[in-house]
Design a protein around this ligand. Structure first.
Ligand code: 5RP
Length: 219
């Protein structure tokens, strides 16, 4: 099975966690498969809070109601992909640039179900360049601070997030303590969001594999 088929397998398995109400939906190619699968059972939910303009557009094409988080209250479940996960279900996210809204929706959801192909499970986070969303005027300052932490930040030139900010992708960071590093980078002035999801990790990870979906749970 190719990687896309494994993503689709994980996405379809996530339908088991959809149980009415308003749900959160993330961003990316794995989530696109989830949205397409959700369309077939859309009558079971009240609507969706979306983490990006791209996902909103796809949801609307399927006539799935998209709601404002401020009006939705606590979400029962959030379904989203990841760029990397470790065994504690701490994640790197933001390859698709939607990390800020993703982190907000994850925080506002009772259960966070992460969907991915099996290649995303890693021993230690950091081989995937860590996305950091920054306010434009702070780009160079934040980049210097990230160099001080041992990383090599590369500006994702020409890219503007849905919130009007910029992204630095930080290469060569060894993320041995995800919780501490998330807090450290969060505290740099000008950082909007860092793509480490350790303060609020996933609760369930569904990995697409040649043997069928594998379910991992956080303790
Ligand atoms: C977007 C994300 C995505 O979940 C992540 O990049 C994984 O994407 P894909 O499902 O296309 O592999 O964090 O900001």
């Amino acid at each position: 099975m190719n990687q896309d088929a494994l993503k689709k397998q994980a996405a379809e398995a996530a339908l088991d966690y959809v149980d009415g109400g308003v749900i959160g939906v993330g961003t990316g190619s794995t989530v696109n498969h989830f949205i397409d699968a959700l369309a077939k059972i859309k009558g079971r939910i009240e609507g969706v809070v979306s983490s990006s303009e791209a996902s909103t557009e796809r949801l609307k094409r399927h006539a799935i109601p998209v709601l404002d988080l401020n009006a939705a209250g606590e979400l029962s479940v959030y379904i989203d992909g990841a760029d990397e996960s470790n065994a504690l279900l701490q994640l790197i996210k933001g390859g698709g640039g939607a990390l800020t809204r993703e982190k907000i929706i994850a925080a506002a959801s009772r259960t966070f179900v992460c969907i991915a192909d099996e290649s995303k499970l890693v021993k230690a986070l950091g081989a995937f360049p860590l996305p950091v969303e920054v306010v434009a005027m702070a780009r160079s300052y934040v980049a210097r601070e990230l160099v001080r932490l041992g990383g090599t930040p590369i500006w994702r030139e020409g890219y503007v997030t849905d919130n009007g900010n910029l992204i630095l992708d930080v290469h060569h960071l060894e993320i041995l303590e995800p919780l501490a590093l998330e807090q450290r980078i969060n505290n740099i002035a000008g950082v909007v969001t860092v793509g480490i999801f350790a303060l609020r990790p996933a609760d369930i990870l569904i990995l697409g594999s040649a043997d069928g979906p594998e379910i991992l749970k956080a303790n």
